[in-house]
Write a protein that binds this ligand. Structure first.
Ligand code: GDP
Ligand code: IMO
Ligand code: MG
Length: 426
């Protein structure tokens, strides 16, 4: 398989876990390149459900090398929990999982700061984060005060932990949040470092050596384009670059070594947390999509906001990521809709039409989505194994989406299990 970047094209939860699991069969090395345990990637394999947060979803394929790249922010306790959970289910990551020595760590105080920051914001400014410490950890990275995984091997590690807790306690006190116990932090981090040592490696060298040896590399994104710190609905975003550019900075693989980009996109739209969502449905149709699509957060269990497919988002995502192939998911969730709407543009109250996503969120407050309607197929699609078996109206819908957003259809998914995946040139 050519070296491939896989990105989420909407607001996350597009079904990346499932698609990565399917593509892993042809990859040798799978690298998570950004985000942290805010991600929840679901794979349903042989009737069993797995939710991965930090470890690439490729881990469920024996023999594949998995990497937590330098662009990730890694919470050691979440990672240890995930490793233990996989072991219990018969997948031992030891020897197959490498964590970059350049990866920044999400420390306990980053989680505390994340929660305290959300709590002190006014209602309109709350982001609705996952509470996993992501913003403060990336903040420390950019502020050049962060702790990197490689430091766990240093005799000075605990000194750094001590000064980190002490400094965070001052901020927490200022925000009226409880302080963290320094002694407890020293003890739990000493233990975590011991447990994780065997996984730490120079993954930049590892990934590039694999590339030189002709192995195929799959770069796994978390979150989605509209949650990107640069291209998303700022400030209602995550603190990393889920878009294709982030795959190179987050893994150390040169852009010149990437062959193609796969965008994962749902046949409708969802979003968790606060922020604009032009095609949101606050009605019985939205509720139907939520129930039928099982749209509840894989990490936090929060109900996801649901709405119609937004081709403005799709087009924007195609452009920013350079999507070659689409992996379209959850077509089956629309099986019972008599009429399906597609948003093709946003119309401002003064008649200005937006075909691409505006940076200024206040513009969206003055916009309404322009919809076109298509007839539903009112037939179950989950049992279809070939594209030709799909109802003609379902094919027309999929083909209309692709024609609106550009690129080619590579995968079409009609159910959560591995088997319910149509491969169409990917
Ligand atoms: P990710 O974060 O992009 O990996 O997506 P999540 O795992 O958070 O959410 C996607 C959800 O949709 C999971 O529960 C998947 O099992 C499920 N899923 C994926 N593809 C399909 C599909 O084609 N049809 C249905 N019904 N469910 C799907
Ligand atoms: P996967 O990889 C959907 C959202 C949060 C919140 C915003 C910021 O499963 O697609 P953060 O905790 O990152 O500071 O929260 O981003 N968010 C996600 N939404 N899927 C995800 O990951 C998400 N990761 C973060 O809900 O709105
Ligand atoms: Mg998810």
């Amino acid at each position: 398989m050519p070296n491939t970047i896989l990105v989420g094209a909407q607001w996350g939860d597009e079904g990346k876990g499932k698609v990565i699991d399917v593509l892993t069969a042809q990859a040798d090395v799978i690298v998570r390149y950004q985000g942290g345990s805010n991600a929840g990637h679901t794979v349903i394999a042989e009737g069993k459900k797995y939710v991965l947060h930090l470890i690439p979803s490729g881990i469920l394929h024996p023999g594949k090398q998995c990497v937590i790249g330098n662009g990730v922010v890694m919470d050691p306790f979440d990672l240890i929990k995930e490793i233990d959970g996989l072991r219990e289910q018969g997948f031992d990551p030891l020897g197959r999982l490498a964590i970059s020595d350049r990866t920044h760590m999400v420390m306990r105080w980053h989680r505390a700061l994340d929660a305290a920051d959300e709590a002190r914001r006014s209602q309109e400014r709350k982001i609705g984060t996952t509470g996993r410490g992501i913003g403060p950890a990336y903040g420390a990275k950019m502020g050049r005060t962060g702790l990197r995984v490689g430091e766990m091997l240093s005799p000075r590690f605990l000194e750094r932990v001590r000064s980190g807790v002490e400094e965070a306690n001052v901020t927490l006190a200022g925000w009226g949040a409880p302080a963290l116990d320094v002694q407890e932090m020293l003890s739990v981090y000493a233990q975590a470092a011991e447990t994780l040592k065997p996984y730490i490696a120079d993954t930049v060298a590892l990934v590039n050596a694999a590339d030189r040896a002709g192995k195929s590399i799959l770069l796994e994104g978390a979150q989605g384009t509209m949650l990107d710190i640069d291209f998303g609905t700022y400030p209602f975003v995550t603190s990393s670059n889920p878009t294709a550019g982030g795959a190179c900075t987050g893994s150390g693989l040169s852009p010149r070594r990437v062959d193609r980009v796969v965008g994962v996109i749902k046949c409708y739209t969802t979003r968790v947390g606060a922020g604009p969502f032009p095609t949101e449905l606050n009605d019985a149709t939205g509720e139907h999509l939520r129930q039928k699509g099982g749209e509840f957060g894989a990490t936090t269990g929060r109900p996801r906001r649901c709405g119609w497919f937004d081709a403005v988002v799709g087009r924007y995502s195609a452009m920013v990521n350079g999507v070659d192939f689409w992996a379209m998911t959850k077509l089956d969730v629309l099986d019972e809709q008599p009429v399906i709407k597609i948003c093709t543009a946003y119309l401002r109250d003064d008649g200005v039409r937006y075909e691409t996503f505006p940076a200024d969120l206040s513009v969206l407050e003055r916009c309404t989505p322009v919809y076109e309607e298509m007839p539903g197929w009112l037939t179950p699609t989950s049992a279809c194994t070939r594209y030709e078996e799909l109802p003609i109206k379902a094919r027309a819908y999929v083909e209309r989406l692709v024609s609106l957003i550009g690129g080619r259809l590579g995968i079409l998914s009609v159910g959560p299990a591995r088997e319910t995946t149509m491969r169409l040139g990917l």
